[in-house]
Design a protein around this ligand. Structure first.
Ligand SMILES: Cc1cc2nc3c(=O)[nH]c(=O)nc-3n(C[C@H](O)[C@H](O)[C@H](O)COP(=O)(O)O)c2cc1C
Length: 218
């Protein structure tokens, strides 16, 4: 387990010319099935379980696109004038997993796509745990992977092409790449070696409790 956690790393594979299409569908289904064993606290709001074909109470959804779908999506983005990295990533990907989280319905006149509630925070945390599970399962199978914010894959039009409902919020566009990347450029995550050591982000607690009350009042 420790080895797989340490081996997971961001591998961005950027292909100018699209790589050959490979069939990773059954492996992606394995990854999704194991990722779904993430912990989650509260069932999602009914709006997410009673509309559409996915009815689970878990606060995440995975929308899966195979290699042929990635190439077709690449073409559509290029046709839209996209000259950014996403088309090149889609040109290399064996699959794309659009991972979303499911916010509680906004009450009243709250601004933004979701309210800053503890329940929403926990929905995001659980969905993040499911994403990490998926990346670890991919790493254990030797599949290069990259958790991206999504760029163009976040917008309403692109999500519409993939049938992702507007009530879901994209948490990550997860790219899965082949081991053989041909002529494609491969780059690492920019913060990979900047995280410091455990002492930089963990500490043993030294309790500073209030003085105990004297039971005899003296
Ligand atoms: C929620 C999330 C979103 C990310 N989005 C991007 C992104 O849009 N572009 C990018 O280059 N890296 C993105 N990353 C990857 C980070 O850059 C990467 O995890 C970090 O540099 C540490 O490298 P490592 O994954 O190899 O440990 C994202 C990571 C997370 C967790």
């Amino acid at each position: 387990m420790d080895e797989v956690i340490r081996a997971r790393r961001t591998d961005k594979v950027l292909a100018g010319e699209p790589l050959p299409v490979d069939d990773l569908r059954s492996v992606v289904e394995e990854l999704v099935a194991v990722a779904g064993w993430a912990p989650f606290h509260k069932p999602v709001a009914r709006v997410h379980t009673q509309a559409g074909e996915m009815t689970s109470i878990v606060p995440w959804r995975f929308h899966l696109l195979d290699a042929a779908g990635c190439r077709a999506l690449r073409e559509a983005l290029v046709a839209r004038g996209d000259r950014n990295k996403i088309p090149r990533l889609l040109g290399a990907a064996s699959a794309l997993v659009q991972a979303t989280w499911l916010p509680n319905p906004t009450r009243g006149d709250a601004a933004g796509p979701f309210e800053a509630t503890v329940e929403n925070m926990e929905h995001i945390a659980a969905a993040g745990a499911a994403v990490q599970n998926l990346l670890l399962a991919a790493t254990a199978r030797g599949i290069r992977n990259y958790w991206s914010s999504g760029g163009a894959l976040r917008d309403t039009e692109a999500c519409g092409w993939m049938g992702i409902p507007e009530r879901e919020i994209l948490l990550g566009a997860l790219f899965l790449f082949p081991a053989d990347t041909g002529e494609a450029e491969v780059s690492a995550g920019s913060h990979r070696d900047r995280r410091g050591g455990p002492a930089d982000w963990s500490r043993w607690v030294r309790l500073a409790l209030p003085p105990a009350e004297d039971p005899f009042g003296g």
